[in-house]
Design a protein. Structure first.
Length: 87
């Protein structure tokens, strides 16, 4: 699900259920995360809930990988396309 900035953070932040598997992307990061030819430019922040092992299998099959982004927020991760290297 793609979230507007207000749903991503702040007082209107969407409450996510850890019992449902889901991937939630920030619209602004998604808009700026790719160049004109579709290559990933930045790691995409994502709130990921539910069965992480199952989501990892889905991501790998789709050419993506997940990395934990914040030790204090277990739902915050970054998504990286196959071949993307962080600088």
């Amino acid at each position: 699900m793609v979230l507007a900035e207000g749903e991503w953070s702040g007082r209107r932040k969407l409450r996510l259920s850890s019992s449902l598997s889901g991937i939630y992307l920030n619209r602004n990061a998604l808009d700026t995360g790719f160049d004109d030819v579709g290559q990933q430019r930045i790691p995409l922040p994502a709130h990921i809930t539910g069965d992480l092992a199952g989501i990892d299998v889905l991501l790998q099959r789709s050419g993506w990988r997940r990395e934990a982004a914040d030790a204090q927020d277990a739902q915050l991760h970054t998504l990286l396309a196959e071949g993307f290297i962080t600088a």
